[in-house]
Design a protein around this ligand. Structure first.
Ligand code: GLA
Ligand code: ZN
Length: 676
């Protein structure tokens, strides 16, 4: 558990006192106290201040800041300041500057801009981490280390190219193996020397910013390599911190569904996952919920940190809507409801200049506490004080798991054909949403997760089958589990080489079907999923689109067939009994009504029940600690709505009001209920 030194839901966020004078600092302190803020994330972008020249370090401002905050009972989430290199470093050591997708050497500018394979960056970033760890190792204010910030982006420089060769040698050992993995006899791309391999970018194999490639093999490996390279620089800093402060947890803030890094790999290297949640006004709330569950899944269900969210608006969206009254509180608790043990903002005080001056903050440009945003922030601060240590370190107990895999996502996106309309995240979300709407908890898991705790595992578009995964899925079903997979699954191995002998390859025996062909039509062209006889909630006809597998049952039972086109009458939904369990194959991308009814049947068959019945838009989740269950009732509607508490009498942790039977919950309100 992370919250040992401060045993409550941490409340605070990014704070940049270096942008302000001393009078402002005292105002900040006064207002932090008013708002119940107890954690400040500091030193995120201050490398240039901390190290004004190559051989000079100056931490006086940081010493003062940490002491001053601690005096006012504000702890720190201490960043290592390495997310943007100093200008002097960029000038003296060009290797820190990245080469972009078009092959252009970058100048100084921006942030998150250092080449992960730059010897200079590696040397000075880890030295900075070490200096900070040495200096603050005994400071009681330091709760957690925040390494760098939002790692991301790729580099295509010569150092990266050289290191790519090293990475490839490590993975494949011989060039022959590389040639085979990438199928380089295609278009005569056979390599005879390692240094013939160049980075895949806009000058070589890829185009449209990497959305297209001639060779999936090299492009996939380059993504793995860049994700690993950034992870290596994270690990360099982490190891310096751990050397001096083995007991202080280390994190770096992730970005949810960010496409470029394999976060399941990252999660393993972090003590606690933290992430930055920036939904826009029209992001479906179930998409945010799914992203929280994904972040929780990176460390097999351990609580995570909500590191950043805006108290009001962003600046970087096209239209930066204000969070409506109550929405900041609503979304803060939604994070907690899905496993967050902190509620933190970007940022505590709105900056005066540069690109984020219109980004929301707890303290706005007017500078005083008489603002809507400050009042709402202070109200949440007060409530988190009331909740004290009650919820922290509690867990989610889900019987349903949905598989998510970044490498699978890369491979799908990089594949040329069958359809540009195939969107992996959307397909995963469709299934997630059906459970979400029913108030049934879901874990989002990686392909390596132990499946024995689940009754249902759903793997939408499991295009890439990694070594051993098919066998683990078979064991899960054999032992009585229910497995669902869809069209365009089981097609390739980890190198994006097709598993020959008929789709869905390694899953074929498990699902008991053969997919002979895959049709792809522009999404407005739909087909029908037709049930001749109704099966539970599934009846009549539904629509489907995007991809259409033309499948033959090989032992599986045909539950529904296509309603039109030349494959009318061929199976579109099948169920295969395998050992004690069942494996379903959904051969096309169905409408949401189908998925709702299908999920309803699965839950009935497996006896999986809703946590509570509630009106549309009222989310219910549960966190469990020891024997205590905490139910979060979250009304996303802008009007009052209802939920059913049944015969149990519950008490709300915030107001102490009691609830039983049929109840009303106010617009955008949240209740945290415990049995009385
Ligand atoms: C990210 C960064 C912050 C800030 C916010 C603005 O999450 O980590 O430094 O730029 O975005 O939304
Ligand atoms: Zn590089």
């Amino acid at each position: 558990m992370i919250n040992k030194a401060l045993p409550k839901i941490w409340y605070g966020g990014d704070y940049n006192p270096e942008q302000w004078n001393k009078e402002t600092w005292s105002e900040d302190e006064r207002m932090f106290t008013l708002a119940g803020i107890d954690v400040a994330t500091i030193n995120v972008f201050s490398w240039a201040l901390n190290q004004p020249s190559e051989n000079t370090y100056d931490f006086t401002w940081l010493d003062e800041t940490i002491d001053r905050l601690y005096e006012k009972n504000v702890f720190v989430c201490l960043a290592t300041s390495t997310a943007a290199h100093p200008a002097w470093m960029a000038k003296r050591y060009p290797d820190v500057r990245r080469v972009d997708f078009e092959g252009r050497k970058r100048q100084f500018g921006g942030r998150h801009n250092s080449c992960p394979n730059s010897p200079t960056y590696r040397k000075y970033a880890s030295r900075m981490a070490e200096k900070l760890a040495e200096r603050y190792q005994n400071h009681p204010a330091v709760l957690i280390w925040h390494v760098s910030n939002e790692y991301g982006g790729y580099c295509y420089c010569d150092n990266c190219q050289k290191e790519f060769h090293v990475w490839l040698k490590d993975r494949y050992h011989t060039l022959d193996a590389v040639n085979q993995a990438w199928n380089t006899t295609f278009w005569g791309h056979t390599f005879y020397e390692w240094d013939e391999i160049v980075v895949p970018n806009g000058l070589s194999e890829e185009w449209e910013h990497g959305n297209n490639t001639n060779f999936q093999g090299i492009s996939l490996d380059y993504r793995r390599f860049q994700s690993d390279s950034l992870l290596d620089v994270f690990k360099l800093e982490r190891d310096q911190l751990k050397k001096h402060t083995p007991d202080i947890p280390v994190t770096t803030n992730l970005m949810g569904l960010y496409p470029e890094l394999d976060y399941f790999k990252w999660g393993k290297e972090m003590d606690v996952v933290s992430w930055d949640n920036y939904p826009s006004i029209d992001t479906p709330v179930s998409m945010t919920a799914m992203t929280h569950d994904l972040m929780r899944g990176l460390k097999s269900g351990q609580p995570f940190m909500l590191m950043e969210q805006t108290p009001s608006q962003q600046n970087w969206q096209a239209f930066n809507a204000l969070k409506r009254p109550g929405v900041m509180r609503l979304w803060s608790y939604q994070a907690v409801a899905h496993g967050a043990d902190t509620v933190m903002f970007f940022q505590l005080r709105r900056s005066r200049g540069a690109t984020e001056k219109y980004h929301g903050a707890v303290i706005e440009h007017v500078g005083h506490e008489h603002t809507r945003v400050f009042k709402e922030s202070a109200a949440v601060g007060e409530e988190l004080g009331i909740l004290s240590d009650q919820i922290i370190d509690s867990r989610t107990d889900a019987k349903v798991a949905i598989v998510f895999d970044w490498e699978n996502r890369w491979a799908i996106n990089l594949s040329s054909g069958p359809s540009v309309a195939l969107d992996y995240v959307k397909e995963v979300h469709k299934y997630y949403d059906a459970f979400y709407q029913k108030n049934i908890p879901v874990d989002i898991i990686g392909v390596e997760e132990d499946l024995s705790q689940y009754q249902v595992v759903i793997a939408p578009v499991l295009y890439m089958i990694k070594e051993g995964h098919a066998n683990r899925l078979k064991k899960f079903v054999r032992d009585g589990g229910t497995f669902v997979t869809t069209f365009f699954s089981g097609i390739v191995d980890e190198n994006d080489l097709v598993t020959l002998g008929g789709y869905p390859g390694e899953l074929r025996e498990l699902v008991g079907i053969w997919s002979e062909e895959i049709d792809a039509l522009e999404p407005s062209h739909t087909n029908e999923i037709v049930f001749d006889t109704s099966i539970g909630a599934l009846k009549g006809s539904y629509t489907c689109n995007v991809l259409f597998d033309l499948i033959h049952a090989e032992g599986a039972e045909v539950l529904a067939t296509y309603g039109s086109d030349f494959y009318q009458g061929m199976p579109v939904l099948t169920k295969n009994t395998f050992g004690q369990g069942n494996a379903y194959y959904v051969a096309s991308s169905p409408d949401q009504t189908f998925i709702r009814d299908f999920v309803e049947n699965i839950c009935t068959d497996m006896d999986i029940k809703a946590l509570m019945v509630s009106a549309d838009g009222v989310e219910v989740t549960e966190r469990v600690k020891e024997e205590t269950s905490y139910l979060f009732i979250i009304n996303h509607n802008p009007e009052e709505a209802s939920f059913e508490a049944g015969e149990t009498v519950y008490i709300d942790l915030i107001t102490n009001n009691t609830y039983t039977g049929t109840n009303k919950i106010k617009a955008r309100d949240v209740l945290i209920l415990k049995q009385q």
